[in-house]
Design a protein around this ligand. Structure first.
Ligand SMILES: [Zn+2]
Length: 405
């Protein structure tokens, strides 16, 4: 568990800690803490989106730790605690899209946010955005998506949230079940079918990409923390736009496209990592506006909100792609040769989903005999893919820390 410095300083008592522990592993120890740190203020609560996806943005004047006390899966009632946030007066508002209503109340540990979700809605993710790009405050973002066909289990037990706030130390752990959702990783083996990709001395890029993708899938599924979706699992051609849609439909938390380079100079070798460039982001904006998936969101009455949401999503996605690219580079270094400038921006079509952090990994050059041998050998290729798997672990460990800060 991550324990922040400063905000949750030394004053967190044994009582709060013990109470939290009886609630089960997933629950934060910060519940009910009376830290000596500064109390932040809640500036505003905003909602945007529609019945497909809705985003709640809580504007705050300092970084906060958000803890989901009740995820709403069983009864549609979400309880989120923002530690050390002051919300005097109690706020409430009408819902929008998948959020039917919301309230914010003051509790001993901070602000308590209650959300009533639509019957088929669930929380897709939440994260803290630091001040950036002209916005001078923090934003805690909660994304809600529709999941048609979702059936809520009804429970006779009283809602766990009520007890959590009273911090009864004898709460049975079974009352709070915070099973973490599996992260969805979409692996995209580049090329396929009539599109062979680069040609090496021993064969085509498309085959190397597929072998690597299968190896990475195995590495990720071994940990059972991920759900892995491949854009292709055999030698077929999948159009680029379809690969993006596969990622969006799967609700991907991360998209990684695997390729092998080639160059005119056979001495050129090493892996490189690409993320979306600014120029390509503009293309992404055009692309998604023609797309069914985004159409629904962009046709709602409030265009201003939509633009802000799109912008926010894009910016957050780019930041997260860059963060993943960085961990990826650092994990590959030492395991495989790297190009000197190993992290670059590029407008690759497959990186265009506006809401899915995405990178493209050129694993090495099939036009270089050493790289080709490295990529075609199952042992060395697996070693490389295990490093990629490690970087994915790192990335989610980091983003969990960010979301709960
Ligand atoms: Zn390629």
């Amino acid at each position: 568990m991550w324990v922040g410095a400063g905000v949750f300083g030394r004053n967190r008592g044994r009582v709060a800690m013990a109470a939290a522990l009886t609630l089960g592993v997933g629950l934060a120890a910060s519940v009910g803490s009376h830290a000596a740190g500064a109390i932040g203020g809640l500036l505003k609560v905003r909602l945007g989106g529609d019945a497909q996806q809705t985003r709640l943005v809580i504007d705050l004047d300092q970084a906060v730790s958000g803890k989901l006390v009740s995820d709403g899966v069983s009864d549609g009632h979400v309880v989120l605690l923002l530690a050390n946030v002051s919300a005097t007066g109690g706020l409430q508002g009408a819902g929008q899209g998948l959020v039917k209503a919301w309230t914010v109340d003051q509790t001993s540990g901070g602000a308590r946010v209650d959300l009533e979700l639509a019957p088929d809605a669930k929380i897709k993710g939440r994260f803290l955005l630091p001040p950036a790009d002209g916005i001078d405050h923090y934003r805690y973002v909660v994304d809600v998506v529709s999941q048609p066909g979702m059936v809520r289990m009804t429970s006779a037990k009283p809602p766990a949230s009520a007890m959590v706030l009273k911090l009864r130390p004898q709460i049975e752990p079974t009352h709070v079940i915070l099973a973490p959702l599996k992260k969805v990783i979409v692996i995209d083996p580049g090329h396929g079918g009539h599109d062979p990709g680069a040609l090496g001395a021993q064969g085509y890029e498309k085959d190397v990409n597929l072998s690597a993708a299968l190896s990475l899938k195995e590495r990720l599924e071994h940990a059972s923390r991920y759900r892995v979706v491949l854009t292709r699992s055999d030698d077929t051609y999948v159009p680029l736009a379809d690969r993006v849609r596969i990622a969006q439909k799967a609700g991907a938390d991360l998209f990684i496209s695997l390729h092998s380079d080639s160059g005119p100079d056979s001495n050129l070798r090493g892996a490189s990592v690409y993320t979306l460039s600014d120029k390509a982001s503009n293309r992404a904006a055009r692309f998604v506006k023609q797309d069914d998936w985004f159409m629904k969101a962009s046709l709602t009455s409030d265009r201003g909100v939509q633009d802000i949401l799109f912008d926010l999503t894009q910016r957050a996605t780019k930041n997260r792609s860059a963060a993943f690219a960085q961990t990826l580079v650092s994990r590959i270094e030492g395991k495989a040769p790297m190009l000197r400038r190993s992290q670059r921006d590029a407008g690759f079509m497959v990186l265009l989903a506006p809401d899915v952090p995405a990178v493209l990994l050129e694993m090495g050059f099939v036009s270089n005999p050493n790289d080709e041998r490295f990529l075609r050998d199952a042992t060395t290729r697996t070693r490389l893919m295990n490093a990629v798997g490690d970087s994915i672990d790192d990335y989610f460990a980091q983003s969990t820390r960010l979301a709960s800060r």
